[in-house]
Design a protein around this ligand. Sequence first.
Ligand code: ADP
Length: 456
Amino acid sequence: MSTFADIDPATGETIADVAISTSEALRAAVAAARAAQPEWAEVPFAERARLLLAGAARLDERAEEVARMATREMGKPFAEALSETRGWAKGVKRTMDEVERALEPEVLRGDDSETRVEREPLGVVAAITPWNFPVGMPLEIVLPALATGNAVVLKPSEHVPLTGELLHEIFSAELPEGLFGLVHGAGDVGAELVASDVDMIGFVGSRDTGRRIMESASRDLKRLVLELGGKDPLVVFEDADLDAAAECAVKHSLRNTGQVCCSVERVYVADAVADRFEALVLEKARGWKHGSGFDEESKMGPMVSAEQRDKVVAQVEDAVARGARLLLGGETPEGAGAFYPATVLADVGEDLDISRHETFGPVVSLSRFSGGEDEAVRLANDTPYGLGANVYTADAERGRRVARRIKSGQVGVNRYLGGAAGAPWVGARQSGFGFLGGVEGHKQFTIPKSISYPVA
Ligand code: ADP
């Protein structure tokens, strides 16, 4: 039996050796899901929702156990893992309400016909998920996929296999045999799942992996939802509330040790206020202590792995070598654990690797602009990505205008992006293909079918 080591990134110790799913086991999981799906699709929505809500209640009961596992496996502060778990357990009700709306048939009238556009499930959905939100990311796909009448086979990230296993155990206890399958392994197992007899792939992860999945899925024209990375800008105009903007820049560059797809990755500050802004950022970033996720003092845990940290180290070193000013951090701590300190860079050049490629680490990257709104918009859009963006200005009209001009799926004006629940999670340009969440997102786990009848 082949296994892979599930490593605690705070200590470098092995939590468990996890069995990699064999090809036979993977095919069996997909076949079992396929066998269970037609009957599940016939279960009335209210009953499907009731079972998933029962799963949510179990998740809430076991929230501490799940959160402890998430912290051990990927390092985030336990309080954050707990609020992620409780928040998702509580959010299942809203998801079910949204799915109910997504499934409502539309009735169209012609001169002599009535057409009902009904929503049908796609069949078997492969859910392939990352490690940065080890509870939220799997559930973001698994819940709407199941609620709309599909079967699911989940492959959690190889960095959080046991958190994935707990989620699977908790929800499958309420569901028909075989409907919700689980496989373990790294990218090769993910690729095998994509190529297997599934109808749709719901994926959250990196752009490069998204591309590979799309290529493989094209053979059978499998349906896709890909939620990918970003290089999100935050623009600070000279009239902005600098304290609020600095708070947003620091929090959302450093939260989850910077390992968030919609992290603030590039901060553009109007020249006239840049010195004051840098001082505010520095003061706030100093408060972001790193340490074990089980230590209440830690605002940041370790990075998920030494490899992930190496990428951040390389970007920071390259930036400093090419003229960026290192204001804070930037030194790799000694000892076990993939720790990296809160780091602040200023005067970061446009063409540096750190300005072009996703950092996914705890770095606040500051640059100045002097050409007004057009220049700020040009810089913000100077990326193939288009996930999120944030704009700070006291001029409400300019805020609205810049939000429209920035090419991204989500923009926050004088606040961090993502406000009221229920909006879809959209990655524009190379940050996604399709989208998740909200009524529109849930519809993507279905295909419309129009059935027409004569009307006298
Ligand atoms: P990250 O390293 O940020 O998690 P990845 O895109 O590498 O991003 O991984 C996200 C998920 O995709 C993980 O579950 C991983 O195992 C899986 N994965 C990696 N490569 C492939 C691939 N070629 N096909 C399918 N899934 C893959």
